[in-house]
Design a protein around this ligand. Structure first.
Ligand SMILES: [Zn+2]
Length: 113
């Protein structure tokens, strides 16, 4: 389950930030997870709970911001919505769509105290 290793990375980032600032704990972590990132937000939330136990991030609020998928269609020269990484352009049917949004897996915001 790659959500577990992602959660370990996130908790690592949060703990490093807390230690650097001499904070007592991590209060909140806001994550951006794109719909094309192959990360299941519910599974990730569960993993964050498990991995944070016994760390400075234990008891923190984890909030996951869902980023919709989007691509750039070469033929239409415009941005189009994408439900999966393999979607064709919904307007012209072209397969030449470059993903421009929705692969995010990152920490947007950290609150420590
Ligand atoms: Zn198109």
């Amino acid at each position: 389950m790659h959500e577990m290793s992602l959660a370990e990375g996130v908790i690592g980032i949060a703990e490093d930030a807390a230690r650097r600032e001499n904070a007592r704990r991590v209060r909140k972590v806001v994550l951006e997870i794109g719909r094309l990132s192959a990360v299941e937000p519910q599974a990730l939330a569960f993993c964050l709970e498990v991995v944070s136990r016994g760390t400075l991030a234990e008891g923190a609020t984890f909030s996951i911001v869902d980023i919709p998928g989007g691509g750039w269609c070469m033929r239409c020269s415009r941005e189009v919505p994408m439900g999966t990484s393999y979607d064709d352009c919904p307007h012209c049917g072209s397969g030449q769509v470059q993903i421009v949004r929705g692969t995010e897996r990152r920490v947007r915001e950290l609150e420590i105290e």
